[in-house]
Design a protein around this ligand. Sequence first.
Ligand SMILES: Cc1cc2nc3c(=O)[nH]c(=O)nc-3n(C[C@H](O)[C@H](O)[C@H](O)COP(=O)(O)OP(=O)(O)OC[C@H]3O[C@@H](n4cnc5c(N)ncnc54)[C@H](O)[C@@H]3O)c2cc1C
Length: 388
Amino acid sequence: MADVIIVGGGLAGLFNALLLNRAGMQVTLIEKKVYPFHRVCGEYISNEVLPFFDQLGIDVAPLQVSRINRLEVTAASGAKFSHPLDLGGFGLSRYTFDHYMYQKASAEGVRFLLDTQVEDIRFHNNSFEVITNHETLTAPLVIGAFGKRSNLDRKLNRAFFYRRSPYVGIKVHAKINFPDDLIQLNNYKDGYCGVIKVEADRYCMCSLAHRDDLRKYGSLEALQENIICQNPYQKELFDHAELLMDKPEVINEISFEKKQPVENHILMSGDTAGMIAPLCGNGMTMAIHSAKILSETIRQYYRPNRPFPVQQRAALEQAYRQAWNQQFARRLWVGRQLQHLFGSNRMIDWAIRSLNYAPLLSQLVMERTHGKPFNLKPSAFSPFVSPK
Ligand SMILES: Cc1cc2nc3c(=O)[nH]c(=O)nc-3n(C[C@H](O)[C@H](O)[C@H](O)COP(=O)(O)OP(=O)(O)OC[C@H]3O[C@@H](n4cnc5c(N)ncnc54)[C@H](O)[C@@H]3O)c2cc1C
């Protein structure tokens, strides 16, 4: 029997797996797909994560990441705001990054069940049953890292699942003529497209759009032509792009609604606990940071091969809830407000003009949506850093 079953193998699941395995726990991670695979994601990672990566011995440089230190925000009117990124970040595809983390965690002893979908998670007698399409597993702890929206949200009757979201996400990789050190956020009606260089000669263009526009125009090509290419910078890029994927990666119902970090005793991590609006470019960092906080909290309250009484579980849940809210609740709220602003061509034009007159405002927005570089607590340090 595993000490912990992690459901979902995105960055939240993979980092929880790596950390808890290093803390001496038996970890099973269940992922419905098989690595490597593409995901809808803008693929910009804030440098907030770098001190933590150093501690864990994760070196992304050999993966040929791009180093990003400039931001441009553009409007359909042609208005543009440019700003250096003090902390900056890097570009790396999820295809490469998630696969790298999977290989690392697997080599260190995490048990992976791939191509396996979890159908239900039940809690009774202070223990979990995890029901997959192949078998039923049991464990004292379950981490929910199944992303923004999953079959399990319906099964667990989570409130946000029933509030429909109009957002659609579309990602392509392409070869384009674009600076290596820039992240550009090109706005159009009801959405935006983030553009960035990832590894090697690939560029990621990841768009958020409104379901009604997709319905109105009937196809992704027509949506691109009529809505996304309203922005002249994005039109120029698409007009000269050499696509590197057979077809775009697409997801719908992207919701920024409030969620809970603990539900039915399942400890939620990453987007499963709450998703920040993509324009903040910070969801992956938050997924990784939430895995750090959760692993540290589990390690504090749970010891393998020792009894895990109900009161101990309640204390763990309460400590995690509190730590999660303290770190992320405000950022998510600011992200939701910004998401409302980005959508109207007129509002974004006004916002860009305001930012050009008051560049300190952009600093403030960055501060409110990003955290600070983070690393492991000294008390948690040794068991997490040394691979077995
Ligand atoms: C349009 C868009 C652009 C974005 N751009 C950026 C950006 O530039 N920078 C950034 O930092 N963030 C960005 N984000 C956010 C970022 O992608 C997410 O915050 C991040 O992927 C969260 O990681 P996660 O591990 O929580 O979830 P995910 O990466 O979604 O992983 C969840 C995993 O769970 C698996 N799963 C789901 N259900 C089951 C089940 N029942 N059984 C088994 N497995 C299951 C899925 O297959 C998936 O692999 C963007 C998001 C969107 C939508």
